[in-house]
Design a binder for this molecule. Sequence first.
Ligand SMILES: *[C@@H]1O[C@H](CO)[C@@H](O)[C@H](O)[C@H]1NC(C)=O
Length: 201
Amino acid sequence: MDCTSISTFLLVLITITTCHQAHAQEAPQAAPGPSTSTSASATGPTMTKPELLAKACDNTPLTKDLCRSFLASFPESEVKDIHALAKFAIKMTSLNASKTHDQIETMEHNPATDDVTKQRLNDCAENYQDAIDQLEDSMPALDSKVYDDVITFITAAVQDVESCEDGFKEPPAVKSPMTETNEVFTQLCNICLSITNMCGK
Ligand SMILES: *[C@@H]1O[C@H](CO)[C@@H](O)[C@H](O)[C@H]1NC(C)=O
């Protein structure tokens, strides 16, 4: 296990632990009255968007700011439950991976890029395409509340970008132009995992 794998593993572990705690602390819902309210849900009818994002992002303490800014465009109208937020986070992460995929292809076809780097970037484009597929596959699993599958798919996406990064270390090693992008993508996946865990427990 290299450092990235270990830190990923630890984050998931922390997430699972804090998730259990978060759940244990959840207050019981007020008894539903004969009201006409349509907003009652898992997180309660009174939770605002900032409260929902705070609750979700507190579980990824190392990347709290990234989490909040990444999820800032979550539509106000969907502030119903953590499940909707999990789906939004995965969609946004998939979209981010597709944009990254396009950037990789642009770099790959840049005449200034050397041949070895081109080859590695070509592999990275495939890795990111696979990561996109994994994230897309995780969404029906999320809808079906099969959270273990969701976690398996997202973890596979993380492994895809690890493969991208590792590719540059293979002989002849070249400097990876992807390091920062891969790290941020991994953090986004960890945020998705964290929110998924809050759904399931
Ligand atoms: C992916 O998301 C991160 C975090 O918001 C952002 O910094 C990065 O620019 C995004 N990547 C692309 C290619 O849009």
